[in-house]
Ligand binder design. Structure first.
Ligand code: PGA
Length: 253
């Protein structure tokens, strides 16, 4: 059975008290309305990690994640945060290669391999993002585009390593736009990703890897999207900043 996951990516949002309020509300809702077999992951900005970790302590269904990590181990890299530091603050997951980092911070497929290595060697689960821009979707080459992202960043990893990853498919045209991929479009791409993983690592390995959908996922569409065979949950941006919406999404399986 693949793990079902709903991960909230706060992006660069929430001052201290806002982040604490949001976390406390989510914790209280999940205590009152238990959710079955779903791992909820909060991915706040780095400065919130310590506070959020304290607030989620003792709630087994909620885990801590970060939005990024350095590709380097340690040293003179001003402004960077290492995977080892994230682990020492209680993070279990780290988002790698979000489209905003790829496009605004020029993160290449090669760099993302290094970040993934850092995450794995520090016992963090990478939530590895892939997804195509609008012009690629319109040209009809979206599957090849996403497959190439995976091949170039990940296909040097061993079977044991790749099994530790979570993949997030995020069509860029659906991120923060209110435009969602249809559940069929999500399923088609998730199935293509799984098949691609299977072509390299075999079906048994590919079947173990959770693939999340991201892109304007909301309580109103989550149930339909999560009902698809190869969709194992969501990576939620905007709606993860509203406790009620986020918890309702986590209850949408
Ligand atoms: P969104 O963001 O839910 O606001 O579209 C998704 C993401 O970027 O993870």
């Amino acid at each position: 059975m693949r793990k079902k996951i709903v991960a909230g990516n706060w992006k660069m949002n929430c001052l201290l008290e806002e982040g604490q309020k949001l976390t406390s509300e989510i914790v209280n809702m999940i205590k009152d309305e238990p959710i079955k077999d779903v791992k909820v992951i909060l991915n706040p900005p780095f400065v919130h990690l310590y506070g959020v970790k304290k607030l989620i302590a003792g709630v087994d269904s909620i885990a801590l994640g970060a939005q990024n990590c350095s590709d380097k181990e340690a040293g003179a890299y001003t402004g960077e945060t290492s995977a080892a530091m994230l682990g020492s603050f209680g993070a279990e997951y780290v988002i790698i290669g979000h489209s905003e980092r790829r496009s605004m911070f020029n993160e290449s497929n090669e760099l993302l391999t290094e970040k993934t290595k850092q995450a794995l060697s520090n016992n963090l689960t990478p939530i590895f993002c892939c997804g195509e821009p609008l012009e690629i979707r319109e040209a009809g080459t979206h599957e090849d585009y996403v497959k190439a992202q995976l091949t170039e960043s990940l296909f040097g990893f061993s079977e044991d390593e790749i099994k530790k990853l979570v993949i997030a498919y995020e069509p860029i045209w659906a991120i923060g736009t209110g435009k969602t991929a249809s559940s069929e479009q999500a399923q088609d791409m998730h199935a293509a990703i799984r098949k691609h993983l299977s072509s390299k690592y075999g079906e048994a390995v590919a079947e173990e890897i959770s693939i999340l959908y991201g892109g304007s996922c909301k309580p109103s569409n989550a149930k339909e999207i999560f009902s698809k065979a190869d969709v194992d949950g969501g990576l939620i941006g905007g709606a993860s900043l509203k406790s009620r919406d986020f918890v309702d999404i986590a209850k949408s399986f």
